[in-house]
Design a protein around this ligand. Structure first.
Ligand SMILES: [Zn+2]
Length: 202
């Protein structure tokens, strides 16, 4: 349980990292972070002592870390006290990340598909000098892919639903958030994960 994952927000409530429960408790204990707890749509923050007291008052089935003197409810989101940056890295060009960027949506017919039904399409075919990069790769379903063949969209009389761009990296891009994402994370991840990507460009 100490190795379960905790979402880390910077001082401005932007998701910047994921750490273990163990690490989160250390941050909390040292005063570098507080726990973010959702209560009927409100987000309250708790410093270590407050969280300990809250945990003792509210021992109703939440997962707890059992200590010698007290139990702590396992935090799911913590807010850093001082850090206000968003670390920047370059985002890797991978099949997964292209599917993420395009939200599993065929960029020609606009329909959403399972990933195993999608292909990567070179908008300008490689044979015509099209590059393998963010601006020339899109998600495409099998039908559209077959229809387009080795032609440009113009030649095939097909239109991209959205101009492909390089997404801005967010700290959570490299995590597969699929399975064990906590409900409390969603609010912070929805706004930070891939939604901020397509605005401004280099
Ligand atoms: Zn399609």
């Amino acid at each position: 349980m100490l190795n379960e994952r905790v979402l880390v927000l910077n001082r401005l409530w932007q998701a910047v990292n994921i750490c273990t429960v163990k690490r989160a408790v250390v941050l909390l204990y040292c005063g570098h972070a507080s726990v973010v707890f959702e209560n009927n749509g409100d987000y309250q923050t708790f410093a270590f002592n407050d969280w300990r007291d809250f945990s003792m008052r509210n021992d109703n089935g939440d997962k707890c870390i059992h200590g010698l003197k007290y139990n702590l409810i396992v935090p799911r989101v913590v807010l850093l006290a001082n850090y206000d940056k968003v670390p920047i890295k370059d985002i890797k060009l991978t099949r997964y990340n292209i599917y993420q960027r395009d939200r599993n949506t065929c960029q020609y017919c606009g329909k959403v598909f399972d990933r195993n039904e999608l292909n990567l399409d070179h908008v300008i075919p490689r044979e015509m000098g099209g590059k393998t990069d963010w601006l020339n790769l899109v998600c495409s379903c099998r039908d559209c892919n077959a229809k387009k063949g080795n032609r440009t969209p113009k030649q095939a009389d097909m239109h991209l639903v959205r101009k492909p761009r390089k997404p801005r990296w967010t700290p959570l891009t490299s995590y597969n958030l699929g399975s064990d994402t906590h409900d409390t994370w969603k609010k912070f991840i929805d706004v930070s994960h891939w939604d901020v990507d397509l605005g401004d460009e280099e």
